[in-house]
Design a binder for this molecule. Structure first.
Ligand code: PGA
Length: 268
């Protein structure tokens, strides 16, 4: 249980999302989802969910994983969304298509998208706007590279990413249920997680910036997650921080027991 789930923190139900990346055929995804719902069954039998849990399989697994989590209280999420609803965009997937498969969440601007697929703050912003139009809850990813951290440019980078994504969206057009994941690029898939106190510093910065961009009410309600080599044995570092409301989990989310242990740490 989180010891300090009072004050502003009590306004935010924790959120733990599993980013399966490009892993698993649909039957394997369905089986993993079944194990996850099994491991968490007791948490979700209560009338009030103590934590929101989202599974983000590859697009090809959405349908089967959606079936596997139906009625369990676990949400379905995608790993990306295009900004138009339809059109000549070969290889892209739109928000209505994700809704059609039962998605409620979508990861936007993951560093692997930025690094390998040329995503920019401008494209991230358009994808966010599409999620907002369709009431898909975005998990917006931001974070600095190791070189940027070493050069003391973490604040500058995260500020630029958040402004680039949200500036001008305003409170009325802000996405419903926005979550922001602080994912230092150097911590992703490396086994080298950030220190809890460093992650808290950036999470607090993100909340301050959200206050400037979207207003204080939304800032206090927006969930800020940490991501990057999260494991059951380091999750305490992050779950105890005042501005960290959950986790975006890559590698460890492919193991139902490990993922379940991380989720439990945030359940309140
Ligand atoms: P990791 O990935 O947990 O494997 O470091 C996190 C992410 O990419 O969201």
């Amino acid at each position: 249980m989180i010891p300090d789930a009072t004050g502003p923190r009590a306004l935010r139900r924790p959120l733990v999302a599993g980013n399966w990346k490009m892993h698993g055929l649909s039957a394997e995804g369905a089986a993993l989802a079944g194990r996850v719902t099994g491991v968490l069954a007791d948490l979700f039998s209560a009338r009030d969910r103590p934590v929101d849990v989202v599974l983000c399989p590859p697009f090809t697994g959405l349908q089967e994983v959606g079936r596997a989590v139906a009625g369990s209280g676990v949400f379905l999420g995608a790993q990306n969304v295009h900004w138009e609803d339809k059109g000549a965009f070969t290889g892209e997937i739109s928000a209505p298509m994700l809704l059609d498969l039962g998605c409620e969440y979508v990861i936007i601007g993951h560093s692997e998208r930025r690094q390998h697929f040329g995503e920019t703050d401008a494209s991230v912003r358009r994808r966010l706007a599409a999620a907002a139009r369709h009431n898909l809850r975005p998990i917006l990813c931001v974070g600095e590279t190791w070189e940027e951290r070493e050069a003391g440019r973490t604040v500058e980078r995260v500020t630029a990413q958040l402004h680039g994504a949200l500036e001008g969206l305003g409170r009325e057009t802000a996405p419903t249920g926005l979550a922001v994941a602080y994912e230092p690029v150097w911590a992703i898939g490396t086994g080298r997680a950030a220190r809890g106190t460093d992650a808290q510093e950036v999470a607090a910065l993100i909340r301050r910036l959200l206050g400037d961009l979207l207003g204080p009410e939304l800032a206090v309600r927006t969930r800020v997650l940490y991501g990057g080599s999260v494991k059951p044995d380091n999750i305490d570092e992050f779950a105890g921080q005042a501005d960290i409301d959950g986790a975006l989990v890559g590698g460890a989310s492919l193991d139902a027991e490990a993922f379940g242990a991380i989720v439990r740490r945030f359940a309140r």
